[in-house]
Design a protein around this ligand. Structure first.
Ligand code: SF4
Length: 701
């Protein structure tokens, strides 16, 4: 993977951004680093504009190179000034010790991110449980994948985003995408759809917006946000009525169908049309194509999942896929399209409130014993599960809540729902420490800011959208004195008296991760850096050195105790907020091609800023006309939680009753200042994708 002569060297590594984990060759040496796309199985020589821009940030003038501390300790109104590592870490460690002595162990918390490598996510979870012995840890993947994960665990006994390789998409005769827009979020993945389309495959897109993915579809179904569950139940109703259920598969490989059949009986096509707005003819066309295809795939993503009924919504689409006999067959199945670069691995190795490495449950005595043995600690000393991400943030500074918080690779001041409430809670902390590459909106609020190495400056592994474990390889050294997060955690643990448990070397940490995951649902014990190099990544589970890895899951049995998938009856419930006289429209949020997540990085990339410099709220021409709003006018969106301003993008790609706002910006254009923190009862996923909104023009172009 590393090659070159003299002072210049080219290294195969992966894009820092999304879960496709496109391969790229980074050349570094005595000039600024450059990159070209690699012919890796995920991207086959393609990259999107975000990937192309990624080396721009390595030498960015705003890059943090030294720790920052408040000039007056304890006064967050005083300026952040440069400090030595000794001073910055000394303040953090003192705050941890002071807080735990006064309020108990759980008063110190950790908040991680889906861009951390597997090794870093693993180490962060271990740091919380062993060095801090706190239950208070969760990560931003709770805002991303948790509903799909909850549904997959319930239905299949195992959660791996796509239980099949990306190449299966090219083999499918029909693909239904629900709330998923890969044409804008991971464009190189469209190669797989294009190959299928070229040989006659048909794609159906379910999305309130006519996205670039929907434009090329056989049919675009445009439901009201928050009604995807009713649509899935309606499609299953039609499939049953038309005799399209794969009875043999259902009998042999599943349980619970009769209960679901009884439940969807009430989802008559005309009733579903009334709930969703999707015409009966569109419902029929979609399900008939899906059921009659030899190979068919249903993919859900955040549009379907970021709701207070997100887990049940994913389950409804799984029910449909199971009834048609899809999961476990080549070129077929249900999957979810992960968002963050290591959203998958991030939730497998212990930075989630309820999990231990290997996707083990923190509540399982056998799992606690296994992992404690690897860590060299007493299982009784491991904490119990803590609060989920939003609940952790919402309790900051309260009795029983976290008082000192360490944040790695997450910008919750922009990415959390009801963001102004979260910002206020961050202000209630006794102490906030943030590790990041740039002074993010969250870092701006901190007592201590710790600079961190960037993607091309570190080694580790990432687990992509397909469950393929890939190598992030170091292409150049970080700036002098800037550690990666593994080294940071090892140093902190040392200062906290737990140093013997922590090592800063990624491959050594990965070896430990392998042992900790052995025998668990996400078993990495047969995966090594060498194998990843030789095999262009290895799919988990991979329990032995000789095991080939598992690109396609569930071919013979599901991961449930009896090997059968579980149907589960689920019912449509109204969104937590419905339009009313004060807030007459529906707000939904999402991404644009040239920005990524909270924008900490992409808003600083010049080439991306030229494409998407300002946040634009999408409004239908009918709505714009009614409200006297013209193209590029500034509009104010108001919800029960706050206000935010955007330039208007008047477009008929969005429903007339829906407004779309991108969530990549903070401050006065923070879409998440508007969103609703109503939580899914199973996954604790906030309802990012739907709330009631008022719209008003505030000034001209
Ligand atoms: Fe990076 Fe994703 Fe774009 Fe590929 S599709 S270049 S992984 S952001």
């Amino acid at each position: 993977p590393g090659r070159g002569a003299g002072s210049t060297r080219t290294t195969l590594t992966h894009c820092p951004y999304c879960s496709l984990q496109c391969g790229m060759d980074v050349t570094a040496g005595d000039r600024p680093a450059t990159l070209v796309p690699a012919d890796f199985p995920t991207n086959r020589g393609g990259l999107c504009s975000k990937g192309w821009s990624s080396t721009e940030l390595l030498d960015h003038p705003e890059r943090l190179l030294r720790p920052l501390v408040r000039s007056t300790p304890g006064d967050r109104t005083s300026p952040l000034v440069e400090a030595t590592w000794d001073d910055a870490l000394g303040r953090l460690v003192a705050a941890i010790e002071r807080t735990q002595a006064r309020y108990g162990r759980d008063a110190v918390g950790c908040f991680g991110g889906g861009s951390l490598t597997n090794e870093q996510a693993y180490q962060f979870g271990k740091f919380a449980r062993v060095a801090l012995r706190t239950s208070a840890i969760d990560y931003n993947g709770r805002f991303c994948m948790s509903s799909a994960a909850g549904a997959a665990n319930r239905a299949f006994g195992l959660d791996r985003g796509m239980p099949f390789p990306l190449s299966d998409i090219a083999d499918a005769d029909v693909v239904v995408l629900v709330g998923s827009n890969p044409a804008d979020t991971m464009p190189p993945a469209m190669q797989y759809f294009d190959v299928g389309r070229a040989r006659g495959a048909k794609h159906f897109v379910v999305d309130p917006r006519r996205t670039n993915t929907a434009r090329n579809a056989e049919l675009h179904l445009q439901p009201l946000p928050g009604t995807d569950l009713a649509l899935a139940n309606g499609l299953l109703h039609i499939a049953i009525a038309e005799g399209l259920v794969d009875e043999e598969y259902v009998a042999a490989r599943t349980t619970g169908f009769e209960e679901v059949k009884a439940g969807v009986a009430a989802y008559w096509p005309d009733r579903v049309e009334r709930i969703t707005g999707v015409p009966v003819a569109g419902q029929r066309r979609t399900v008939l194509a899906l059921a009659r295809a030899e190979r068919a795939i249903v993919l859900t993503a955040r549009g379907a999942e970021q709701h207070r009924s997100g887990t049940d919504t994913a389950q409804a689409w799984i029910n449909l896929a199971l009834a048609l006999g899809l999961p476990g067959r080549p070129g077929s199945g249900w999957g979810t399209v992960t968002g963050q670069g290591n959203g998958q691995g991030g939730r497998e190795h212990g930075q989630k409130a309820d999990q231990l490495p290997g996707y083990r449950s923190l509540s399982d005595p056998a799992a606690r014993a296994h992992v404690a043995a690897v860590w060299g600690v007493d299982p009784d000393d491991l904490p119990v599960p803590g609060r989920s991400a939003f609940e952790l943030l919402d309790a900051l500074g309260t009795d029983g809540g976290v008082r000192t918080l360490l944040v790695l690779a997450s910008n919750v001041a922009v990415s959390a729902p009801d963001a102004r409430r979260v910002i206020s809670r961050l202000g209630d902390l006794d102490f906030l420490a943030v590790s990041d590459f740039f002074l993010s909106e969250t870092a701006e609020l901190a007592d201590v800011v710790l600079p961190s190495a960037m993607w091309a400056e570190e080694d580790g592994t990432m687990t992509n959208v397909e469950g393929r474990v890939v190598r992030r390889r170091k292409a150049l050294d970080p700036p002098a004195g800037v550690p990666d997060d593994l080294q940071l955690l090892a140093t902190l643990a040392e200062r906290l008296g737990a140093g013997r448990h922590f090592i800063g070397d990624p491959e050594t940490v990965f070896q430990e991760l392998r042992r900790a995951s052995a025998g668990g649902p996400a078993d990495y014990s047969g995966i090594s850096y060498r194998r990843i190099d030789d095999e262009q990544g290895v799919f988990w589970p991979c329990p032995t050195d000789e095991h080939p890895g598992t690109p396609r899951l569930f071919t013979e049995r599901f991961a449930t105790p009896d090997g059968r998938a579980r149907f589960l009856r689920v019912e449509h419930v109204d969104a937590s907020e419905r339009p009313d006289a004060d807030f007459p429209y529906v707000l939904t949020t999402g991404r644009v091609l040239a920005q990524y997540q909270s924008g900490t990085q992409t808003r600083r990339a010049r080439s991306l800023q030229m494409v998407a410099p300002t946040p634009r709220a999408e409004l239908h021409p009918d709505l714009a006309r009614r409200l006297g709003i013209g193209p590029d006018d500034v509009v104010e969106l108001t919800t029960r939680r706050g206000r935010a301003r955007f330039h208007a993008l008047v477009t008929d790609t969005v429903r007339p009753d829906v407004v779309f706002a991108p969530f990549h910006w903070g401050g006065g254009s923070s879409a998440n200042a508007l969103t609703d923190a109503a939580l899914d009862p199973t996954s604790r996923m906030p309802a990012f994708k739907v709330c009631a909104v008022a719209v008003a023009r505030v000034e001209g172009p």
